[in-house]
Design a protein around this ligand. Structure first.
Ligand code: ZN
Ligand code: CU
Length: 503
């Protein structure tokens, strides 16, 4: 018989963490049919020549809500081997929305330009699916978005009526298939909420067994207090808590990730469901205005800032703030004000070098640590290279060059662990019956090529990417198969025993 696709002579990494084994993989009608020796013929046959075949990578931390509409080809993710993105992170989500209103009012540069006729998750999914997305999406509902919609930018606690309104919006998103409730408690307006407000809203996830994911209130001097708050929210809301882009920001705090991981360990030992993700870079990135108090500009931070995109001063893009200040003969704190107070300055996205390399290794060695790009898909200017390079960077730099973790373990963290945690039913493993999201890559050469100076470069070593059984990327060519699905959360498969502690 003739089926859709056969990939022959692959070294299969099944996503469960087992060593690679040689096999052919048969795909038909979007799903994996057989793993072993192919006995059929196929309309498309690919000879892997011994390259590694893994389940498609799952980007558990994306901000691609708008990208699925503006850049449905999703080249920056597909070329890394990513086949599914979890959108709506850090408290910013495309939904709920008021039709015709630019979501940027709540999210600044992060979801900039996202305008649609949709108001809820069903509407967003219909709109995104109509664009022919190259890969799959699943969505979190964001606290900042919900709060801005109900309360604007009011710096106070919600009234009882406002809180019920917010909760109703969160529940509606869950009913329509959101996989979790996300916060960005460092950002406005989320930072004006107290712990009780977050517990009340996160507890809406309980009935759906969905997640609470968080960009915590503090990732620097008060990292440990923020971890405690996250654990408290998870406990009291009765939900799985997931810490996004775990890090210790700022030199005085470097090394603290060991203590915060110890707290997570203690919570897990006590039976709490807690998980984390990281991106493999020493710089963060986000909306610059969120990081500075203009009445008291933090000099240490200003000195490690690089401008990614800046509508007010395009000529600053790709440059360190200290160099801009030196050229203009002004203090670096003045340069911060110059950028942020200019018209449109609040839309500036910056890159900040605040993370210790050793902490990245500590994080990657931690059991079940997932990978999320946190890429901000603003393709003007010079975005953080994590947008194009995250997954190949883990495999090239941290697996092959440094040996921080093994190849099967790294792949497991990018596939089955993420699929189980985020409720991506029938994905994340190469097994008969699962959806055929696959990536074929050369383990000896896979690497990120995106740099801070040249960030918009597709990675090396990724040969073929299959999404829902269709070849979406082949030898550097995006096939425009538009085979992505909008996915609805069904259930968690998290057991708390994902890890065997080995790397
Ligand atoms: Zn974040
Ligand atoms: Cu984020």
């Amino acid at each position: 018989m003739t089926i859709d696709l056969i990939i022959r002579n692959a070294r299969v990494l099944d996503g469960n963490g087992a060593p690679a084994f040689s096999a052919d993989v048969e795909v038909d009608e979007g799903r994996i049919r057989h793993v072993g020796t192919a006995s059929s013929s196929a309309r498309t046959e690919i000879d892997a020549h011994g390259a590694h075949l893994a389940p498609g990578f799952i980007d558990v931390h994306s901000h691609d809500d708008g990208a699925f509409i503006r850049h449905p080809g999703m080249a920056f993710k597909l070329s890394q081997g990513v086949t599914t993105c979890v959108c709506g992170n850090c408290g910013f989500s495309a939904i709920p929305a008021l039709p015709g209103v630019d979501q940027a009012s709540a999210s600044g540069g992060i979801l900039a330009g996202l305008q649609g006729s949709f108001s809820d998750l069903n509407g967003y999914f219909a709109h995104a699916a109509a664009q022919g997305p190259a890969l799959n999406a699943i969505m979190l509902v964001g606290h900042n978005t919900v709060r801005a919609m109900v309360m604007g930018f009011e710096q106070r606690r919600p009234t009882g009526a406002e809180l019920s309104k917010m909760r109703a919006l969160v529940v509606q998103a869950f009913e329509q298939g959101a996989c979790g409730f996300s916060t960005g408690l460092i950002y406005r307006p989320g930072r004006w909420s107290d712990t009780d407000e977050v517990i009340e809203l996160a507890s809406a996830a309980h009935d759906f067994d969905a997640l609470y994911t968080t960009h915590m209130r503090n990732e620097g001097d008060k990292l440990l207090e923020a971890v405690d708050e996250t654990l408290q929210i998870g406990r009291e809301a009765g939900v799985h808590a997931h810490i996004s882009h775990h890090k210790a920001a700022g030199r005085p705090n470097w090394g603290k990730v060991r203590e915060s991981l110890a707290r997570v360990d203690a919570a897990r030992a006590a039976g709490q469901r807690v998980s984390l993700d990281i991106y493999p870079y020493t710089a963060g990135s986000g909306r610059m205005i969120e990081y500075f108090n203009l009445n008291d500009v933090n000099r240490d931070l200003a000195e490690v800032i690089r401008i990614a995109s800046c509508p007010a001063f395009r000529e600053f893009e790709g440059r360190m703030l200290v160099d801009i200040a030196a050229e203009r003969n002004i203090d670096v704190t003045e340069a911060v004000k110059l950028v942020l107070t200019a018209p449109g300055g609040d839309r500036t996205i910056c890159i900040q070098f605040i993370i210790d390399e050793a902490d990245i290794e500590t994080n990657l060695r931690y059991r079940d640590m997932m990978i999320g790009s946190d890429g901000i898909p603003d393709l003007r200017g010079r975005p953080h290279p994590r947008l194009f390079g995250t997954f190949p960077r883990v495999l090239g730099e941290y697996v092959r060059r440094r040996g921080v973790l093994s190849l099967p373990e790294a792949v497991r963290r990018m596939t089955s662990v993420s699929a189980d945690t985020f409720g991506l039913l029938d994905r994340g493993r190469i097994e008969p019956g699962r959806f055929a999201d696959l990536v074929l890559f050369d383990a000896d050469t896979i690497s990120d090529t995106a740099t801070y100076d040249e960030p918009k470069q597709e990675s090396a070593g990724v040969k073929t990417v299959v999404v829902n059984g269709r070849v979406a990327f082949q030898d550097g060519v995006h096939t425009q198969a538009a085979a992505g699905h909008m996915l609805r959360y069904r259930r968690s498969a998290w057991t708390g025993e994902q890890g065997n502690g080995q790397t």
